[in-house]
Design a protein around this ligand. Sequence first.
Ligand code: NAD
Length: 352
Amino acid sequence: MSNQSQVLRVSLIGAGEAGTCHLKSLLQLPDKFRVVCVVDDHPSEESQTLIQGFDHIEHVAQAEIDRGIEMCDAVAIAIPTSMHEELIVTSLLAGKHVFCEKPLVLTLDAVRRVYKLADEHNLKLLCAMTRRFDQPTQQIKKHIESGSVGQIYNISMTSRDNPYPKVEYLMNKPGIYSETGIHNVDMAIWLMKDTPTVVYAQGHCFNPVVAPYPRSDDNVTVVMKFPSGAITTIEISRYSTCGYEQRIKVYGDKNTVASDSVPKDQFHQFNSGQVVQNGPCEDFQSRYAEAFTEEWRHFFKCVREGDDILVTEDEVASVVLTLDAINYSRQIGLPVEVDYSKSTFAAKNPDS
Ligand SMILES: NC(=O)c1ccc[n+]([C@@H]2O[C@H](COP(=O)([O-])OP(=O)(O)OC[C@H]3O[C@@H](n4cnc5c(N)ncnc54)[C@H](O)[C@@H]3O)[C@@H](O)[C@H]2O)c1
């Protein structure tokens, strides 16, 4: 049973869309976590309400971020990606464990730098790949690991990322492949326990306001071929007329396992004439609420019980390189070969 000294004091930096999910999850686990402060000059309305409702949460101004970091055992980072590296480094140098939203950092060198620092200070660093902690995805992984799926032929993934984000939100973002596709690429590499050698991406931006900006694709397909011959197809769209649709299907020579889109309350009612079910989840917050909480349970076990972090440095590095290759493929309109041993990629030779 946990006692008070076991409880991890957490400072949440950034309480926007993702940060609010983390705050809600942390508050559901009072035997493991105590949120001591939230640092954000413009937190979401929901976060503001939560902060006001709990005496132990101090709302700290961004100008006082160092004080916010000082008062905790672990820092939760949910600010825009371009600021992650600096804050990870500051937090680790202050002796704090770090739980950081994806993308952890945007370059291979930065990945190596932050993990080296975490190792040197004997601190935990979790890149929060939330979807790995989704219960159906974990079931898929267990089936693959147990051998019940057998030789994998195909993995098919669909992510309809409803609703369309505000245009201001899309500015200065790394784009749909690195921002959203990162989940799918990470899951494919994790499920396959291997890295793709060839990637190919095609996309289009249907939104005329967004289209002139760089990295504006809002409807894309990525194909990745693994050394075994298995092929992963990833379809991602910011458009959906069927709610927040997330599907994974793994086709093997023994079995097919899948995680399908579920009704909001995960409940179906049957009679001889019809099946009645609630509507689909509307957004990632409702679809992955439990996965966010599970991710925090995992982080607690890593810090307090010494469990290994599920998302490894090499996986994070492989995902960064794969996403760079995917973005390059989209840019040149050709399949791209990736060499992980040399950390390089190039347009695929049509004769190979
Ligand atoms: N795991 C997931 O499914 C998921 C979903 C959404 C976003 N994310 C990731 O979470 C991160 C944040 O994205 P978001 O969608 O929550 O963005 P957001 O814009 O909704 O929220 C960011 C928050 O950070 C605050 N902020 C900015 N600079 C700050 C600073 N220096 N100190 C403190 N607070 C600061 C802003 O005021 C804002 O409230 C990104 O890295 C994104 O990729 C992950």
